[in-house]
Design a protein around this ligand. Sequence first.
Ligand code: PAF
Length: 282
Amino acid sequence: MQVVKKIDELRNIIKQEKIKGNKIGFVPTMGYLHDGHLSLIKKSKEDNDVTVCSIFVNPTQFGPGEDLDKYPRDIERDMKLLKENKCDILFYPDVKEMYPNGFYTKVTLSILTDKLCGKSRPGHFDGVATVVTKLINIVNPDSAYFGMKDYQQLLVIKRVVEDLNLDVNIVGCPIVRENDGLAMSSRNVYLTEKERESALSLSKSFKLVSQLIEKGIKNPQEIKQEVCKFIETHPFTKIDYVELVDIDTLENLNELKDKFLLALAVFVGKARLIDNKIFEIK
Ligand code: PAF
């Protein structure tokens, strides 16, 4: 695996690969890799000739008081995992390389980003949209791979790519879970053993929602209340949001029909965990 820290060097390598007619797949990450990230590498390898993974803890997507400094980092372990999974190129720039002139230009959306995580993390999606646009411009991949755990992020990135005519195919990949249902996340490392038990309330609430739908309940408020009650019975939990929303616009729904997204963000101890599931009413 080639480890590249400089933008110009990466651009040259990619140019050569494209001359050879090779297809480039790209997996942007903030590191501390888990099986969710590795599933994206696997998919990129299936679809492309060359897979590039980036590891960059992007400061512009963290708000004041968030976990930028504490965000888990272990580059040696990540490189080992990437090599084992036959990633071809690791792009590992530092902050100066990515933002040499500071943060003067932003990609800002006027839809999608004021909802769900955008409400509780103002500016977060501007940071994500900006860095992903920069990374796509640098790597110039044929396809880029994102996990559906960050469902809102995936919609935001698809919107940016369409609106700015970025020449890349965005691929959303399924959430990877631990055997007990906990969605994989780099932030799971913050959980103590007891908190981890409570963290299962997020994925367990999906079963509750299915049961309520089977009973014929179609009022989103009623379901939301039941889910909140359920999660709150677990110690160490503090709900940020529980929302039932349209799968494309993320708008709140008055009545549940066809498909909808249940989106959750819950603090468990110090970790802010997110999870989601699409439900379909037959
Ligand atoms: O999902 C992430 O890890 C980050 O938000 C991303 C897409 C790498 C941008 O920094």
